[in-house]
Design a binder for this molecule. Sequence first.
Ligand code: NI
Length: 174
Amino acid sequence: MSKRKIIIEPDPILREKSSPLEKVDNELRKLMDDMLETMYSAPGIGLAAVQVGILKRLIVIDISKEDEKKNPIFFVNPEIIYQSDKTSTYEEGCLSLPGFYAEVERPTECHINYLDYNGKRKKLEADGLLATCIQHEVDHLNGVLFIDHISKLKRDMIIKKLRKNKKELKKIIL
Ligand code: NI
């Protein structure tokens, strides 16, 4: 396993739509392992392939708590087939928008079809934090960020700050 570089907003790749994967093979599993290591070391509870620069429909999520056994779930070609009318609000963050959080309202429950780590067809009925996390990550595959769900005023403010942070980071590297 090796850690990959996480792409930080603003970056045009984060706005692109990811394409479906044709098969789950060892090469893809290597990417999944790398994504898991990258996510754990960040640390974060969800990561989409586009966040490490790969425009493929693949996400990894692990919402287990620090004192619990790790429980990573890989979703290849995830498809949300049901979203409840009932909604919940969580304070969301994102590894591509470090340091920024906002309350986002999403359906409380969602059902999802996907292929797992071994390429097996699976269905999951999720609610609460897991459902929120799945919807946040599936958004990434469609070029959508959590800040797209908040007011334009707040979104513009966050992007402005991220842009400034990036410039400063570059100065230090140079
Ligand atoms: Ni994210």
